[in-house]
Write a protein that binds this ligand. Structure first.
Ligand SMILES: Nc1ncnc2c1ncn2[C@@H]1O[C@H](COP(=O)(O)OP(=O)(O)O)[C@@H](O)[C@H]1O
Ligand SMILES: CC(C)(COP(=O)(O)O)[C@@H](O)C(=O)NCCC(=O)O
Ligand SMILES: [K+]
Length: 244
């Protein structure tokens, strides 16, 4: 039994796995890290490994306190991954993106794959059918768009996610919702269309905190799985054990 932990820039997500089966998933804030992990381990004392991917400001040291109870593995760019990394700056590639790419490679062998993670940022990651990780894109996520409109202007209010009435927003609030939500959807559909011009066939995996909201709004059909990063973390860890 293993406990996987994904430290994003907004929240921490965790899942307990028995083999490939997810037993339970959790979401919590950064200041609750230790307390929540303690609780999970109390409930699942059979966890033998704690596996972490962090792009947030929580470092390896925060997990060392658990080392006397179980094996702790904190993924870094130095680990073995099941793809050939063609990124020009592999040392600065987000570990979350590497885990997503690894999960896509292991779960969907020998095909082109595009992974879209709609979290704090939207990240796009493309792995071709020969398992070359090519790169992708990073853009502001849904909440980040609402917040930056407010933070970097004098007159725009801070709004929370709402379905726009139309793409022609007829008030300040509706114009913001249209710009953020429709812009978000158009961007993703636009990227997918662009990839289609170059690669005739590829599967698309959509994940992240906004995946479910997005999935029904995209014109492209996609496979949405909000737990894909944690599932990938469990599979990549297994891959590491088998290939180290
Ligand atoms: N309770 C919540 N708190 C914060 N963000 C949330 C919540 N529920 C949904 N979201 C959405 O999830 C996105 C963040 O996704 P998440 O996958 O948690 O990010 P990260 O992995 O970067 O921490 C935000 O853009 C926001 O719209
Ligand atoms: C792009 C990210 C900030 C996304 O973080 P997230 O939205 O998952 O919290 C993260 O993957 C990161 O810090 N990447 C480093 C730069 C890169 O991947 O090239
Ligand atoms: K992301």
């Amino acid at each position: 039994m293993i406990l996987t932990v994904d430290v994003g820039n907004t929240r921490i997500k965790a899942s307990v796995f028995e083999g490939n089966t997810t037993l339970e998933s959790f979401v919590f804030e950064k200041n609750e890290l230790e307390k929540k992990i303690e609780k999970i381990l109390e409930k699942y004392p059979k966890c033998s490994d704690l596996v972490v991917a962090s792009v947030g400001n929580i470092e390896k040291q925060s997990f060392l306190t658990f080392e006397n109870r179980l094996k702790v593995h904190f993924f870094t760019q130095e680990d073995v991954f099941p793809f050939h990394n063609k990124y020009a700056t592999p040392k600065t590639l987000g570990i979350d993106r590497m885990i997503l790419a690894a999960g896509a490679t292991l779960q969907f062998p020998k095909q082109n794959r595009l992974v879209i993670d709609a979290g704090t940022c939207i990240t796009y990651d493309f792995i071709d059918e020969n398992d070359n990780y090519l790169g992708g894109a990073i853009s502001p996520g849904l909440r980040l768009r609402y917040e930056s409109l407010h933070n970097f202007t004098a007159r725009l209010p801070l709004l929370t996610l709402e379905e726009p009435d139309s793409y022609v927003g007829n008030s300040t609030a509706q114009a913001i919702h249209s710009g953020v939500v429709n812009g978000f959807v158009y961007e993703i559909d636009g990227f997918i269309d662009e990839y289609r011009k170059e690669f005739s066939n590829f599967i698309i995996i959509l994940t992240g905190g906004d995946a479910d909201f997005l999935a029904k709004r995209l014109k492209n059909t996609i496979f949405a799985n909000s737990n894909f990063l944690l599932e990938s973390l469990s599979q990549t860890y297994q891959y590491k054990i088998d290939n180290d």
